[in-house]
Design a protein around this ligand. Structure first.
Ligand SMILES: NC(=O)c1ccc[n+]([C@@H]2O[C@H](COP(=O)([O-])OP(=O)(O)OC[C@H]3O[C@@H](n4cnc5c(N)ncnc54)[C@H](O)[C@@H]3O)[C@@H](O)[C@H]2O)c1
Length: 372
């Protein structure tokens, strides 16, 4: 199969669909790979590195889309990319289609086979192609929060770990899932005093086991959230209710009573955020101030560490990319019910129920289109 990797064109997106190491794996499996000029340049993957593993560098995206059997990307295709997709061509990338009718119509019109990273499942009930980005965002939330606590950023002027004779900062993490656990790891590592709030007793038992007493777990009631927020120097919002907007667990009134220079990092901002005062920010201007409280609400945190994110994403996406290239999309989907969950649009039909429902479109089960 001829696999194509265009350069990402979404504003400030530096990740790339395939690393040189991933390209090498595909070539080792007997495939050909074409990579757009400078697709990975900003994150240290030069044209020469791709050529060294056997890829061919191509100048334009148009040529990549015209030639490749499968396009491997990171972000959802922009309108100009949707127009370049061809009937029968495979698109393997993040799509996030449910709230995006323009892209949905673009993909339907293209006749392409669009497999979305974010809906591929695993045996443990997780979303393995989404998890790496939650790991990145969770770890980054503490790095960002620690920076925001510095005077120059409007923070309280506190070091997370304190020093001998000075108590460490208090960190509250609301939501102990993938983001929350990774945030806790970093905060504990930096010597902070860490509390995780969650609603799942099972999850808190697991966290108690993982952290062996180095974090406190608290059942998340309104009362507990209020106490945690008012007594913490840094609060990380990491809740998720699948398929729903994030609940506004921290009210504006609570925030007005927080000490000046406290920091809120709302990782759940991509689902609307769990602090009432949250609004999405970008890496160019990541923070703003409400009632003296610093807010960090970057909606695409992994983009800030695009190299780490690309490597982490490739670890999760590569095995499926190889399977699709080796077997062809239909057989790969027939053989793997978890990959089949990733099929969102196929040759003009919506094959993912939630997308069809949210946009009032006809739904054709994925099993039907693969003839299984
Ligand atoms: N901003 C970014 O760049 C970025 C990147 C990755 C993920 N995210 C977002 O981070 C959020 C968390 O993702 P995740 O992968 O950790 O999800 P997850 O499902 O692994 O964890 C969510 C946790 O929230 C808990 N929870 C639900 N309601 C709660 C409540 N009322 N109080 C306390 N805990 C509650 C759940 O029990 C679960 O443990 C999601 O909204 C995700 O989209 C954002």
């Amino acid at each position: 199969m001829l696999v194509g990797v265009p350069k990402e064109i979404k504003n400030r997106e530096y990740r790339v669909g395939l690393t040189p190491a991933s390209v090498r794996e595909l070539i080792m499996n007997g495939h050909e790979v074409i990579v757009q000029h400078n697709a990975g340049f900003e994150i240290g993957f030069s044209n020469e590195m791709y050529e060294a593993v056997g890829a061919t560098i191509i100048e334009t995206a148009a040529e990549i889309f015209a030639k490749a059997d499968m396009i491997v990307k990171v972000k959802e295709p922009q309108p100009v990319e949707c127009e370049m997709l061809r009937p029968g061509q495979i698109l393997y990338t993040y799509l996030h289609l449910a709230p995006d009718p323009v892209q949905t119509q673009g993909l339907i019109k293209s006749g392409a086979i669009a497999i979305a990273y974010e809906t591929v499942t695993d045996d443990f009930g997780g979303l393995p192609l989404l998890a790496p980005m939650s790991e990145v965002a969770g770890r980054m939330s503490i790095q960002a929060g620690a920076h925001a606590l510095e005077m120059s950023q409007g923070g309280r002027g506190m070091l997370l770990g304190g020093v001998p004779g000075v108590a460490p900062a208090k960190v509250a993490i609301i939501g102990g899932g993938v983001v929350g656990t990774n945030a806790a790891r970093m905060a504990v590592g930096m010597g902070a005093d860490v509390t995780i709030l969650d609603r799942s007793i099972r999850r808190m038992q697991q966290l108690d086991d993982i952290f062996k007493g180095s974090v406190k777990t608290v059942y998340s009631t309104q009362d507990a959230v209020e106490e945690a927020v008012l007594t913490s120097d840094l609060t990380v919002g990491a809740v998720l209710i699948p398929g729903a907007a994030a609940p506004k667990l921290v009210t504006r009134e609570m925030i007005s009573r927080m000490p000046r220079g406290s920091v809120l990092v709302d990782v759940a901002i991509d689902q609307g955020g769990c602090f009432e005062t949250s609004k999405a920010t970008t890496h160019e201007e990541p923070t703003y101030n409400v009632d003296g409280v610093v807010h960090y609400c970057v909606a695409n945190m992994p983009g800030g560490v695009a190299r780490t994110s690309t490597l982490a994403l490739n670890n999760a996406t590569l095995p499926h990319a190889v399977a699709i290239a080796n077997k062809g999309w239909k057989q790969a989907l027939k053989d793997d019910k978890h990959l089949l969950e990733g099929l969102n649009v196929c040759e003009g039909k919506i094959t993912y129920e939630a997308v069809a429902r949210d946009q009032n479109l006809d739904y054709v089960p994925a099993l039907e289109v693969i003839g299984a």
